[in-house]
Ligand binder design. Structure first.
Ligand code: CP
Length: 307
């Protein structure tokens, strides 16, 4: 009987037991890296197809596959350097790449593109970000980071700040957090980039407490995690709308003084001025540790998809 392919499409697909299993696997991958890597996937090939720019996601997936003994082929600019530019459909590209590799990691500009790819792929597909839709592997590494930093996720108060409308990482992180007990979420954003109704409806359906506000200073002393995000200029349809949203929330030393001594600051990165560099020296700045955790989570995901 043919084995059903395991795809990573969105954060809602993960249950609490699956998250716990994945975090244990990621912790084991930390040991694998410390031991110099593994040959487990020697002879297996990953294709990375990135139709949108990336530093962390693409390179950590490529590092993850390499550290597991596998090889990587692909293009960091699939929009320009794949035959998409000649008019090839996404479906045809995926059908072709299926013949060359054992797993596909894809980032695309369009919401739902990963599902279109998975529908025709003969190998597992991992959604590395689909437009303003979701970024499930980022949310998994975010939750893993919170778990590592606090030893738990249950009961924490988490503020998501910035571009909550187009910010796919906050959509996916919300869905992951909905698996945990007694979490409180603060959605803090300019008025024109508020958290989408669809995300709020999902959180309501899971009985998760959340509050929307524009006032970060007022809640800074109440939170355990400040999850800052970039206002994504490239997603706005007009400069005027972007300017209405930009520059409103800056994490600087003054804001750090308002946070609890055990709170942490996270950011999916890249940043574009919304966390000042002087904050990097504060041990509560967790965003570079967070980025490293992406390697371990992605090694664990590759292992889950290929084993
Ligand atoms: N966090 C994140 O997705 O970063 P990249 O765009 O650099 O991959």
């Amino acid at each position: 009987m043919e084995r059903k392919l395991y795809h990573v499409m969105g954060a809602k697909q993960f249950s609490r037991p699956e998250l716990e299993e994945l975090f244990e696997a990621a912790q084991a991958m930390e040991e694998v890296v410390r031991a110099g890597g593994s040959r487990k996937y020697e002879g297996r090939i990953m294709t990375t197809l990135f139709f949108e720019a990336s530093t962390r996601t693409r390179l950590s997936f490529e590092s993850a596959m390499t550290r597991l003994g596998g090889s990587v082929i692909g293009t960091e600019n699939a929009a320009q350097f794949s035959s998409a530019i000649k008019g090839e459909t996404l479906e045809d590209t995926i059908r072709i790449v299926t013949g060359y590799s054992d797993i596909i990691v894809m980032r695309h500009t369009e919401i739902g593109a990963a599902k279109r790819a998975a529908a025709v792929a003969g190998v597992p597909v991992i959604n590395a970000g689909d437009g303003a839709g979701e970024h499930p592997t980022q949310a998994l590494l975010d939750a893993y980071t919170i778990q590592k930093e606090f030893g738990r996720i249950d009961g924490l108060r988490i503020a998501m700040v910035g571009d909550l409308a187009y910010g796919r990482t906050v959509h996916s992180l919300s869905y992951i957090l909905a698996n945990y007990s007694d979490v409180s979420i603060y959605y803090i954003s300019p008025d024109n980039v508020r958290i989408p109704e669809s995300v709020k409806r999902y959180m309501d359906s899971k009985g998760i407490r959340y509050k929307e506000t524009a006032d970060l200073n007022a809640v800074a002393g109440e939170i355990d995690v400040l999850y800052q995000t970039r206002i994504q200029k490239e997603r706005f349809t007009s400069l005027e709308e972007y300017e209405k949203a930009s520059g409103k929330y800056i994490v600087d030393l003054e804001l750090m003084d308002r946070l609890n001594k055990n709170a942490i600051v996270m950011h999916p990165l890249p940043r574009a001025g919304e966390i000042t560099e002087e904050v990097d020296r504060d041990p509560r700045a967790a965003y570079f540790r967070q980025a490293v955790n992406g390697l371990y989570i992605r090694m664990a995901l590759i292992d889950k998809c290929l084993s």
